[in-house]
Design a protein around this ligand. Structure first.
Ligand SMILES: [Zn+2]
Length: 317
């Protein structure tokens, strides 16, 4: 009982009549006097740390660390008695904010010392995550904040997870299309990328709302990007197919196809691009490109195809 009174006395929560008795006891009892000195040292150390409003996380964490620490302390120690008397103390805690702070502090300090001991004496390993709010499956998307706790060894990390979702709908559905455009821009996942290009290209080919958006975010713009920059010749071919219906009406499409005719690395892509120019082959800029390609392309088959396209346009005129 005297030790409990020591705690209360240090925090000024001990009634006066008990305090006098305690002081008398301390003069004659070495063990309790040591306790008294230790408590005051602890209190002094706690006073050095800024008093924070404890978050629920912090409290839960503190309590767990206190438990862990107590488990490692031999029986008969002060902290063991602290725990065994814990429930009978609860009514004191209600009216003793200083005592609450103490318990929190003991939890942290004891936990901290235990942790440091373990770090020093065991092979390094990942410190377990102690508190987790909102646990879900799914990959960690990004870390949004890092908060230092009073314990220098403990940090609170806030992050978002990617929650997997599925959407099923018509290819003409706006949200489905936006997802496919995202898939198209996703170069790292080849399968998703190719399927997105295929599906959107087919939509364009059959004339399902393949408008040229002025912000450069429409399907047609995406196909133009694919035609110009995709590393996969099959994907560039697919983009060409989707752009075909617009070669006569859209200058950007025509320019991109001419670019493919004169400089795509793949002969199959160049040949297909030439064949798509039929509706505009009498156009002077188109004739100029075809003339150059018919004399300079490294592939004889392409040179012939360009020449024939020029002849065709000559016949039209
Ligand atoms: Zn004593």
């Amino acid at each position: 009982m005297a030790q409990e009174n020591v705690v209360l006395a240090v925090y000024g929560e001990l009634p006066d009549e008990l305090r006098v008795a305690l002081e008398r006891h301390l003069t004659g009892c070495d063990e309790c006097r040591l306790e008294w000195t230790a408590m005051q040292a602890l209190e002094a150390q706690l006073a050095l740390n800024p008093v924070l409003e404890p978050s629920p996380n912090l409290l839960a964490q503190s309590r767990m660390r206190l438990d862990e620490a107590l488990d490692q302390i031999p029986p008969h120690g002060f902290l063991t008695r602290l725990r065994s008397n814990f429930s009978s103390w609860m009514h004191h805690v209600q009216g003793a904010p200083a005592l609450t702070t103490l318990l929190l502090g003991v939890g942290f300090l004891a936990g901290n010392f235990t942790y440091r001991y373990q770090v020093a004496h065991q092979p390094r390993q990942d410190a377990g995550v102690i508190v987790m709010t909102n646990p879900t499956t799914g990959a960690v998307a990004n870390v949004t904040g890092i908060v230092q706790t009073p314990d220098p060894e403990v940090v609170q990390v806030n992050y978002n997870r990617v929650v997997p979702e599925t959407m099923q709908g018509s290819l003409d559905n706006k949200e489905i299309r936006e997802l496919l455009l995202k898939g198209m821009a996703q170069g790292a996942n080849t399968e998703v990328h190719e399927r997105s290009v295929n599906l959107l290209s087919n939509e364009c080919k059959v004339g399902h709302a393949c408008t040229a958006e002025t912000d450069g975010k429409g399907i047609r713009s995406a196909l133009l990007v694919s035609l110009r920059y995709d590393k996969d010749a099959g994907v560039r071919l697919k983009a060409l197919e989707g752009l075909q219906p617009y070669v006569g009406q859209d200058q950007h499409v025509r320019d991109a196809i001419l670019e493919a005719v004169s400089s795509d690395k793949n002969a199959g892509v160049r040949k297909t691009a030439i064949s798509l120019l039929t509706p505009v082959q009498s156009d002077s800029s188109v004739r100029q490109v075809l003339r150059t390609v018919s004399t300079q392309d490294e592939n004889p088959y392409i040179r012939t195809a360009s020449f024939q396209a020029l002849q065709g346009s000559a016949e039209i005129q």
